[in-house]
Ligand binder design. Structure first.
Ligand SMILES: Nc1nc2c(ncn2[C@@H]2O[C@H](COP(=O)(O)OP(=O)(O)O)[C@@H](O)[C@H]2O)c(=O)[nH]1
Ligand SMILES: [Mg+2]
Length: 233
C-alpha cells in the first residue's frame, strides 16, 4: 500500500536503535565497537592512527572508515601502516555522512561483520565517521560506545554550543591543545563549559603531535574494554 511503502522508505529495515548482540554466533563475546565522530579536521583519523599504534601490540584491532566520496582516511591509515591492510575497511557513504552511522547503518554493520569474519576474533573495532557538524551521533545498533572529537582551533565556544555529540558522547576529546596559544583559546574555560554540558561524562584534552599524546584516550578505551570483557559472555 502507498502508505506502507512510504514508511519503508523512511525507516529502512536494518534501521535500529537497539544495541547489537554482544555475542558471536559461537557464544563468545564479540569485539567492542567504538565510534569516533566530530567535525571534519578535528583529528579523528589522527586519533584512530594513534590508538592503533598504542594498542596494536596488546589487542587484536580493526578499523572502519567512512568518507563521503573517497577512501582518503583508509588510504592515510594504510600509508601510515598503522595496521595490516586486511584490518582496515572503507565505507563510501555518498551524500550525508551521518546517515551511514545513525540511520541506515547497514553498510557499516556489514564492514564490521566482514572484518570479524576475515581477521577475527577481534578485541576492538574503531569506526570513524565521515565527519560533519555537531549533530553527528552513532546508532547504538552500530557501536557500543562513542568518542566525539572537537579541537581547540574550532574555537572555545564549541563546548558551550552543545549538540548531541558534545553533550552525550561517552568521551569528549578536545584535541590540538598545542594550538591554544595561537588561537587565543582558554582551555580552562573550555573544560568548565564542557563540564556544564556533560555533567559527570568524561572530557580529555589531547595533543596528538606530542609523543604519547593519545594516552588519555587509549586509557579510556582500555577501561571500556575491561568493562566489556567482564560483561556476561
Ligand atoms: N597541531 C595539531 N594538529 C593536529 C593534531 N591532531 C591532528 N592534527 C592535524 O589536523 C589535521 C586533520 O586531522 P585528521 O585526523 O585528518 O582529522 P579528521 O578529519 O577529524 O579525521 C591533520 O593535518 C592532522 O595532522 C594536534 O593535536 N595538533
Ligand atoms: Mg578523518
Amino acid at each position: 500500500m502507498h502508505l506502507d511503502h512510504d514508511l519503508d522508505e523512511r525507516f529502512p529495515h536494518r534501521h535500529t536503535y537497539r544495541a547489537a548482540d554482544p555475542k558471536r554466533a559461537d557464544g563468545t563475546r564479540r569485539a567492542l565497537r567504538i565510534g569516533l565522530g566530530g567535525p571534519v579536521g578535528t583529528g579523528k583519523t589522527a586519533t584512530v592512527a594513534a590508538l592503533c599504534r598504542a594498542l596494536r601490540d596488546e589487542l587484536s584491532l580493526a578499523v572502519v572508515t567512512n568518507d563521503i566520496y573517497t577512501r582518503e582516511d583508509a588510504e592515510f591509515l594504510l600509508r601510515e601502516a598503522v595496521l595490516p591492510p586486511e584490518r582496515i575497511a572503507a565505507v563510501e557513504t555518498g551524500a550525508c555522512p551521518h546517515t551511514a552511522i545513525r540511520d541506515d547503518i547497514s553498510a557499516n554493520l556489514e564492514a564490521v561483520e566482514d572484518l570479524e569474519d576475515a581477521v577475527g576474533p577481534l578485541d576492538l573495532i574503531l569506526v570513524e565517521s565521515g565527519g560533519d557538524n555537531l549533530t553527528a551521533t552513532f546508532s547504538k545498533g552500530l557501536v557500543d560506545g562513542q568518542i566525539f572529537v572537537i579541537d581547540v582551533a574550532g574555537g572555545d565556544d564549541i563546548p558551550r554550543k552543545g549538540g548531541p555529540g558534545v553533550t552525550t558522547a561517552d568521551l569528549l576529546v578536545i584535541n590540538k591543545t598545542d594550538l591554544a596559544p595561537y588561537v587565543g583559546v582558554d582551555l580552562e574555560g573550555m573544560a568548565r563549559d564542557a563540564k556544564a554540558q556533560r555533567g559527570d561524562l568524561p572530557v580529555v584534552f589531547t595533543c596528538l603531535k606530542a609523543e604519547h599524546g593519545v594516552r588519555p584516550v587509549s586509557e579510556w578505551v582500555r577501561a571500556r574494554l575491561a568493562a566489556w570483557a567482564a560483561g556476561p559472555a
